[in-house]
Design a protein around this ligand. Structure first.
Ligand code: DAH
Length: 348
């Protein structure tokens, strides 16, 4: 029995040497120590049939063999898990030189949003609040409240999408707002005077589209109402915006222009940021870029907003936000902006 034990030991140690993975190790462990039919287990079980003396001697040897095999098994186990760990480490290694994979590509803002956010920040710093307004607007706020009555020819300046039968009173015509100015009277009615707000947002016109015209575009309206508000305040705000957009040396030129909701009304231009007023392709050789309309709010409009025009005055301005975006990025065709074309959008 003793020699059987010795043989078992050398067999076990030899077999252990060629074990390559955990499964093989488990198999081997089972072969010797398995509860039911393990070779060493069987010998241990047989000890009880030996005579006392022999049991003592053989028992001792059996125990030594058992311990030796167990130790060898343990160190093999350790060796294997170490190798496993190393293999995992190799697999999980972080290669900091590897370029970012496309699936991790991050989104980004649309150019409209970039310019809008920039201006919102500037106006917030001057104490303006930002209002949203709705894109579907009543004919009243979009036109009539702004001193453009139903029969007024100024309505022809804007090709409007009319929406039939909308809202509580389906007899009242509704429109896709043609201008963010539509929020002027809503804001006056809600906040009263003094009020200082900007309204960036989408506008719609029934345009025959081309490189300069699109049915959907963005404006940024602004207005201030309060006591002792003058044209000088308007000019100061517009100059601040122009310098913020195009640099300190930028000049503003205001020329009379008719808008029904302001009196006097002006058309606002800034010196061309590219040629600095010399004349170039961007400004069509005029040296000036037309980027906004503005003026002192007409008393009829203040009246619609429940503002006492004997005590308060106000100014208003409207930037073509889409135009600012096109100028900033040198976009030659307005239709790119609403196209959803990734080849275009990925450039920003
Ligand atoms: N809403 C005008 C437009 O769409 C732009 C405008 C002009 C806004 C003069 C104003 C303003 O507030 O005073 O053409």
């Amino acid at each position: 029995m003793q020699s059987k034990l010795e043989q078992l030991k050398s067999e076990a140690l030899l077999a252990l040497k060629s074990v390559k993975d955990k499964a093989q190790l488990e198999e081997l462990e089972n072969k010797f120590f398995g509860r039911k039919n393990g070779e060493l287990t069987n010998i241990m079980k047989g000890l009880k049939d030996l005579a006392d003396d022999a049991r003592k001697v053989v028992g001792q040897v059996a125990n030594d063999v058992k311990i030796e095999i167990e130790n060898a098994l343990q160190s093999k186990k350790k060796e294997l898990s170490q190798a496993d760990w190393q293999a995992n480490l190799e697999k999980e290694r972080l290669d900091t030189t590897q370029p970012v994979l496309p699936k991790n590509e991050r989104g980004h803002f649309h150019p409209n949003t970039i310019v809008q956010n920039d201006l919102e920040e500037l106006f917030t710093s001057m104490g303006f609040m930002t209002l949203d307004g709705s894109e579907l607007e009543s004919d009243y706020y979009n036109f009539s409240a702004l001193n453009i009555p139903e029969t007024h020819p100024a309505r022809d300046m804007q090709d409007t999408f009319y929406v039939k039968g909308h809202g509580v009173d389906s007899n009242v015509p509704w429109v896709m707002r043609t201008q963010t100015s539509a929020m002027q009277v809503r804001a006056m009615q809600k906040y009263g005077a003094p009020v200082r707000a900007i309204v960036p947002g989408k506008c719609f016109r029934n345009e025959a589209t081309d490189v300069r015209h699109e049915h959907t575009f963005y404006q940024l309206e602004g207005f201030v109402v309060g006591e002792n508000i003058t044209f000088a305040h308007l000019k100061g705000v517009l100059e601040t915006v122009a310098k913020h957009l195009y640099g300190e040396e930028t000049q503003v030129r205001l020329r009379p222009k008719y808008y029904p909701f302001v009196e006097p009304g002006v058309n606002g231009e800034v010196t061309c940021f590219l040629c600095k007023g010399e004349g170039c392709r961007v400004c069509k050789n005029t040296g000036w870029l037309e980027i906004f309309g503005a003026g002192m709010i007409h008393p009829n409009v203040l009246k619609e907003g429940n503002i006492d025009s004997t005590k308060n005055q106000g100014f208003a301005f409207g930037f073509g936000l889409t135009r600012l975006v096109m100028l900033k990025y040198g976009i030659e065709d307005i239709r790119h902006l609403e196209s959803g074309d990734l080849k275009f959008l990925k450039q920003f």
